[in-house]
Write a protein that binds this ligand. Structure first.
Ligand SMILES: [Ca+2]
Ligand SMILES: [Ca+2]
Length: 139
């Protein structure tokens, strides 16, 4: 009788390697009659040792398909998209949407009235320059 090797009472039976050998596979173990197979979670691929799983670099593998409109950032088991400055990630998590800096309903008030931030800074600099040159405050 050799139950370890799947032979008992003159008959063969399957050994569930996934149950009997803890840590056999790094992520998932699939038992079948006469053997077993390691598999990986979504976003990972089985490495050459047929046991451990490596992260798939989706940004590199699918670079021809342009997964992201902006930048693609590889993450363990997945990937993320990000956008250049001045854009925000849209709800589809892949495309970029222009930020309307002039939209007064948003919290990014860059303008007050009709004076832009840049103009306001220029006015302050002119006042400071005037004070330095003339030595007194005159508004
Ligand atoms: Ca088996
Ligand atoms: Ca990945």
């Amino acid at each position: 009788m050799d139950q370890e090797n799947g032979y008992a009472h003159g008959q063969c039976f399957d050994v569930d390697e996934c149950q009997s050998i803890p840590g056999l596979c790094q992520q998932k173990c699939v038992n079948f009659w006469g053997g077993y197979r390691c598999t990986c979670n979504q976003g990972y691929e089985l490495s050459h040792d047929n046991r451990t799983c490596n992260d798939i670099d989706e940004c590199e593998v699918h670079k021809d398909y342009k997964l992201c409109m902006g930048f693609c950032i590889n993450t363990p088991g997945s990937y993320q998209c990000s956008c250049p400055r001045g854009y925000t990630l849209a709800s589809d998590k892949t495309s970029c949407r222009d930020i309307d800096e002039c939209d007064t309903t948003s919290n990014n008030h860059v303008c007050t009235g009709r004076v832009s931030t840049l103009m306001a800074v220029q006015i302050i600099y002119l006042h400071i320059a005037y004070i330095i040159v003339n030595g007194f405050i005159q508004i």
